[in-house]
Write a protein that binds this ligand. Structure first.
Ligand code: ADP
Ligand code: MG
Length: 514
């Protein structure tokens, strides 16, 4: 048998994701429509929120053609966000792993991948280019037509145009075609938008679907949560590679300066204590550390017990008031309570958990709890049972203790925001069960459930009283009649005032419940 030779080659990141599009959520035509809309919408929301612009987003999906093998769609999305500076447009939309969000602050995008994955998918399924119009509010609007050179991972500029921008418009318009299956994806897409509206009640969102139906989610407030700051890496999350990169660029000449300049919440005192703990002289020049020293330094950073926990200025939770307003707007419940937990951290990454519970109204009545999961304000709709919030809701909480029965319309809302959400895949669908995160969710759920129990007990006792009075008012006329006969009286007593007071109780208890 002839010996076969192995062939070695290198592939670009674009080529890698071209071959492994499942990893980014583009598994089949239906998931492709969902992922495309989701990634573009996320980019638009990021572009608005980071600049405190109340989002105005318009999405149109139309069908181009269909045959028995495939359906082709055209998507157009327009936002009023920050816009993309012209020199970055080609790479932002035509080079995988290129983006402006590789920093330590909370954003929806994380991998420099999502929007381009959609564009790449469009290109490989319909062999067409992407059309981008954008302005940052300067006197010019830039228009590009791009394709991706997948093997080189570089944008190819097919056309470029500059127009004047008299109105100082800022925002981005993106348009391209791709292969998909809207009919199958429809329910999830609409649910995605509804849940997006729930956590972004300050956004106007319009969606026109291929069947010509218009979905509109209207803002109920102009208030946006404060935008997050960027922070330095926290020592508990630092590894040797990070240390090495900082050493390469640092201007510090000694370790004391190195520690206090490049790490989150390390002041002079903490730095001195730490250096003593790590058996390093504060005067050592960081550039003289050997590789072994760097390894020892990273280990010492992870083990030193006295670093301050990361602060939460880099996070932008939704906040009790806004989240409650959003849930009211989309679910219109009879009862709702939201709790924001204090900032916590896992491996040096700060995070905040927000938990809400809602009862009645338009909360779907299904068996068990309706779980709404969010991460950095992104609704998570797939792989529910792999998510840490599902684990907490279904295995850690004894709902009977809170007077919740399986037939009740109850929604549990869990939002986690972090500089690094512990997703298990780049498709960003579910969150790993990090003990710190799990613990915060559990505590939040317990607190809101306690308030729910109060509401439910009250509701149950009012219901009992109402039933008692129902029986009473049904039999009262008969009792009156019978008593009159028994007493051998002619005239029955007047029971109207009594019936009246029962009615008054009924309407009072109904108002009470609201
Ligand atoms: P990511 O969002 O993970 O960074 P994307 O491929 O989705 O990766 O987007 C790449 C970059 O393009 C973003 O980091 C952002 O700077 C820019 N971008 C994409 N869409 C928009 C938009 N609608 N408005 C402004 N900037 C955008
Ligand atoms: Mg993105």
């Amino acid at each position: 048998m002839a010996q076969q030779r192995e062939v070695f080659m290198e592939i670009s990141p674009a080529d890698f994701f071209y071959r492994n599009r499942d990893l980014a959520g583009f598994t089949n035509p239906s998931r492709a429509v969902y992922a495309t809309i989701r990634e573009l919408l996320e980019n638009s929301l990021d572009a608005c929120e980071l600049h405190r612009i109340p989002p105005e987003i318009y999405i149109r999906l139309s069908q181009e053609s269909s045959n028995d093998k495939a359906e082709t769609y055209r998507i157009r999305i327009m936002d009023n966000g920050s816009g993309v500076p012209p020199e970055h447009i080609p790479s932002a939309f035509g080079q995988i792993l290129y983006g402006s969000k590789y920093t330590l602050k909370q954003v929806r995008g994380t991998f420099g991948l999502g929007g381009k994955m959609a564009v790449l998918y469009g290109q490989i399924t319909t062999h067409s280019s992407v059309h981008i119009i954008s302005s940052t509010g300067t006197s010019r609007i830039y228009e590009f037509e791009l394709m991706i050179d997948i093997q080189k991972n570089r944008p190819i500029i097919m056309k470029k145009d500059v127009k004047s921008n008299k109105d100082k418009w800022h925002g981005t318009i993106i348009e391209f075609t791709f292969e998909g299956d809207y009919t199958k994806a429809m329910a999830k897409i609409i649910e995605y938008m509804k849940q997006t509206a729930m956590v972004a009640p300050y956004a106007n969102l319009t969606f026109i679907d291929p069947k010509g139906r218009l979905y509109r989610y209207t803002r109920i407030t102009d208030k946006l949560p404060p935008p997050p700051d960027e922070i330095l890496p926290h020592p508990y999350g630092v590894d040797v590679e990070t240390i090495q990169r900082i050493i390469n660029v640092t201007k510090c000449r000694d370790m004391l300066c190195f520690m206090t300049t490049h790490f989150h919440r390390v002041g002079k005192n903490t730095a001195e204590k730490f250096l003593e703990y790590a058996q390093l002289d504060g005067k050592t020049d960081p550039k003289r550390l050997t590789p072994d020293d760097s390894v020892a330094l990273a280990q010492a950073m992870r083990n030193f017990p006295d670093f301050l926990p990361p602060d939460a200025s880099c996070l932008s939770p939704i906040g009790r008031e806004l989240l409650e307003a959003g849930i009211r707007k989309e679910l219109n419940p009879d009862f709702i309570i939201v709790e924001q937990r204090k900032p916590a951290a896992y491996s040096g990454y700060p995070f905040i958990v927000e938990v809400g519970v809602a009862f009645g109204g338009e909360v779907p009545s299904k068996t068990g709890i309706a779980l709404y999961r969010f991460a950095n304000r992104i609704p998570l709709l797939y792989d529910e049972s792999s998510d840490v919030a599902w684990k907490v809701a279904n295995t850690k909480v004894n709902w009977r203790h809170y007077k919740v029965t399986p037939d009740m319309p109850i929604a549990l809302i869990v939002h986690i925001c972090s500089t690094k959400v512990p997703y298990k895949t780049v498709g960003k669908e579910f969150i790993a069960d990090r003990p710190e995160v799990e613990n915060e969710i559990l505590r939040g759920v317990r607190n809101v459930s306690r308030r729910l129990r109060l509401f439910l007990s009250r509701k149950i006792s009012i219901e009992r009283e109402r039933q008692r009075l129902n029986v009473f008012s049904r039999y009262l006329p008969k009792i009156a009649k019978f008593a009159t006969e028994l007493a051998e009286k002619e005239e029955e007593p007047d029971i109207k005032p009594l019936l009246g007071s029962i009615d008054r109780f009924r309407s009072f208890s109904e108002n009470e419940e609201e």
